[in-house]
Design a protein around this ligand. Structure first.
Ligand code: SF4
Ligand code: SF4
Ligand code: SF4
Length: 440
């Protein structure tokens, strides 16, 4: 499965394939083409300034600069000059550490812990709302956890407060949630009514899903989750599915995707290899081996495509330019149940060994102040920039930008150090390039 490539200039890569012509990939130009050795030689000479060689491959010499160096306009996208002021118009509320399920691989050990204090929630929402008013933007509120189902009255109170405050301020509010979908019918209808989108965690076949995503009494959850999904669909809630894949469930990935296509109308299904953290690190579950994951993903991808659905993986998103793998260096204005500000969706507890990397402030328990440590924000952004620049020679850098920082920190991986996730990312990006080449 190993992919070999070399950079040509700052923005173009030559990807070598077994028994086939290499690919010239210029992500910033959205260009991928099969090339022969003569073309590569001319391209390289043209990059080095040889006008004749540029013309020989049908490119005006002046256009070669775009392949040779990253323009300042593009550089601004991945090397952004972040504003001094901390003025988020989006807030992510982690209402609770508690959860209605006890997933075997839970990254945050969902199930126990505290709920957010109301003054903390109120102050956080009003802070984002005031910014939205001042900057003339919409307000976005996301709910993650734990799960809101574990603190239902608090969740409803929060929704009522947010909607009333936004209406009073004359600001449009958009709300979304990452959810386990384990709700009563009336709860699911409430979510569909108030959320604009959702990501629902479902692992596929009953024997897979109900093996991992269990109730506190170790009971199954799939039937209830699928009922919620039906209610979401009936009420027009846009949602995607997120699957977690273990080494054990991997052989059933294609069948699980088939099952989800059969039982839901989700257009996008994301499959992610389990990462061993939180409860997963003490369970006996194993993360899939990368080569096997890629093979199973390909098979499952065809199943999804045949059903008119899309199977995705977070690292494989060719095209576009991202400054970091996710929004953590923006930083995400995430407020944990303890009132800490975290820019990572998975680092939520003060005793998490990674809290020192992702926490950058707190909200006073009485809501009187939001304390932001600007030196922490600077350090977080610096880390993101380093991670990205250390990957500059990887052909996935413009879309992967150094991978999930939490997983990298957790595994002690330094910027630029490869991991099994890189193997998956590269193989699946290459698949997408080949599909684009074939017009798929
Ligand atoms: S993975 Fe999500 S749904 Fe499962 S126990 Fe953890 S927080 Fe709850
Ligand atoms: S750093 Fe990783 S775990 Fe944290 S929010 Fe980003 S992608 Fe998610
Ligand atoms: S983390 Fe790996 S796949 Fe991603 S850009 Fe860096 S080297 Fe490439």
């Amino acid at each position: 499965m190993s992919v070999s490539w070399r950079p040509l200039g700052d923005t173009t890569f030559l990807i070598t394939r077994q028994s086939r012509l290499p690919l010239l990939y210029a992500p910033l130009q959205d260009l991928v083409m099969e090339v022969n050795d003569a073309y590569v030689r001319c391209f390289q000479a043209a990059l080095d300034g040889d006008a004749e060689s540029a013309r020989a491959i049908g490119v005006e010499p002046g256009m070669m600069e775009a392949f040779a160096v990253v323009s300042p306009k593009v550089r601004k996208k991945f090397d952004p000059s972040w504003p001094e002021a901390f003025e988020p118009t989006s807030v992510t509320l982690f209402l609770t550490h508690k959860c209605t399920l006890r997933c075997a691989y839970c990254y945050c050990e969902g199930g126990s812990g505290r709920d957010i204090d109301w003054p903390v929630l109120e102050a956080s929402v009003l802070f984002a709302l005031e910014n939205a008013v001042r900057l003339g933007r919409e307000l976005t509120v996301a709910f993650h956890g734990g799960d809101v189902g574990a603190v239902w009255p608090l969740f409803q109170r929060a929704i009522e407060f947010i909607e009333a405050a936004a209406a009073q301020a004359g600001v449009k509010v958009t709300m979304n949630t990452g959810t386990n979908g384990f709700y009563s019918a009336s709860q699911a209808a409430y979510i569909a009514e108030h959320m604009h989108s959702a990501t629902v965690s479902i692992d596929g076949l009953p024997e897979v899903h109900d093996r991992y995503r269990v109730t506190p009494g170790s009971g199954p959850s799939l039937e209830t989750v699928l009922r919620s999904v039906r209610i979401f669909e009936e009420n027009g809630l846009a949602y995607t599915i997120r699957m977690t894949v273990t080494a054990e469930s991997l052989p059933l990935l294609a069948e699980s995707v088939e099952y989800l296509c059969e039982h839901t109308k989700a257009q996008v299904i994301r499959a992610e290899p389990m990462y061993s953290r939180g409860r997963a690190s003490v369970s006996e579950l194993e993360t899939p081996e990368p080569h096997a994951f890629v093979e199973a993903f390909r098979e499952a991808g065809i199943v999804a495509q045949t059903r008119g659905r899309l199977l995705t993986y977070s690292g494989a998103r060719p095209g576009g330019v991202v400054p970091a793998f996710c929004t953590y260096p923006s930083p995400t204005f995430g407020v944990t149940p303890d009132g800490d500000l975290s820019c990572c969706y998975e680092v939520l507890r003060p005793d998490d060994p990674l809290s020192g990397e992702f926490f950058y402030g707190h909200v006073e328990a009485d809501g009187s102040a939001i304390c932001v440590d600007r030196s922490r924000i600077a350090a977080i952004r610096n880390v993101a920039a380093q991670r990205r620049s250390a990957c500059a020679e990887c052909f996935c850098v413009f879309s992967c930008a150094g991978d999930c920082a939490a997983k990298a920190f957790d595994s002690g991986r330094l910027a630029g150090e490869m991991s099994s996730r890189c193997e998956i990312t590269r193989a699946l990006v290459l698949d997408m390039l080949e599909a684009a080449l074939g017009g798929a």
